[in-house]
Design a protein around this ligand. Structure first.
Ligand code: PGA
Length: 254
């Protein structure tokens, strides 16, 4: 663990859990783990359970994240939710550009840039997701793809905000497939992203930005992943749906 970068263990629940299920998970998790000072636990519930989760997360080290947002403050955008509304609900973080948003819902790098700026503009922190498809990896294009996604998402940010960004490297072929990147494969891309941040901003920013890994993170691989120098946390889908499994991930040992 790098002292400049407090690890984040984030649960991305996607389209799962009712209000009651979400609230009892949040209460049980805190009761079983207690306050956290050397790491952060973040829960990203569906919007319908956001109010219940953010009210239930009371202990130090726990906070709520949204899974998505719109880039405009208000307007005629049926079905969308703005960053002002999310701030109102008690969100600290917002996931931006998750691969399911990019690939199922057609989000572009430009939308992701606008969303990232909107999250900052309303006092929250973006967790910007990047990652290559399997065909892109097989074609040796991982660095090009990831560099373009990082460059576009952070375009126009000044260094003071850039150092507060959280990035999540999630190779698309590892999401929900049970096929995790090896710690070495993840470390290689994380180190590449950090170098990229240094050239986009400066060394200070590069050293401070937390880069999470996501894609089939489980209780039995979290310790090995967290042992890598440039992995500063985990973004967890399937294994975050049960308290026991997410608890073990929050309590990673490195
Ligand atoms: P997974 O999902 O852990 O189920 O692979 C990760 C994610 O989509 O953030």
């Amino acid at each position: 663990m790098n002292p400049l970068r407090k690890p984040i263990l984030a649960a991305n629940w996607k389209m799962h859990k009712t209000i009651a299920e979400a609230a009892s998970f949040a209460a049980d998790l805190q009761e079983q783990i207690g306050p956290l000072t050397d790491r952060e636990a973040v829960i990203a519930p569906p919007f319908t359970a956001m109010d219940a989760v953010s009210r239930a997360l009371k202990l130090e080290g726990y906070s709520a994240s949204a899974q998505n947002c719109h880039w405009e403050v208000k307007g005629a955008f049926t079905g969308e939710i703005s960053t002002v509304m999310l701030k109102d609900l008690g969100c600290r973080y917002v996931l931006v550009g998750h691969s399911e948003r990019r690939h199922i819902f057609g989000e572009t790098d430009e939308m992701i840039r606008a969303k990232t700026a909107a999250v900052f503009a309303h006092g929250m922190l973006p967790i910007v997701c990047v990652g290559e498809l399997l065909v892109e990896r097989d074609a040796g294009r991982t660095s090009d793809i990831v560099a373009k996604q990082v460059d576009k998402a952070l375009e126009g940010l000044d260094s003071a905000l850039a150092e507060k960004v959280v990035l999540a490297y999630e190779p698309v072929w590892a999401i929900g497939t049970g096929r995790t990147a090896t710690p070495a494969q993840a470390q290689e891309v994380h180190a590449f992203i950090r170098t990229r941040l240094e050239s986009l901003f400066n060394k200070e920013v590069a050293n401070r930005v937390r880069i999470l890994y996501g894609g089939s993170v489980k209780p039995d691989n979290v310790d090995a992943l967290m042992a890598e120098a440039d992995l500063d946390g985990m973004l967890v889908g399937g294994a975050s749906l049960e308290v026991a499994s997410f608890r073990r991930i929050v309590q990673f040992k490195s």
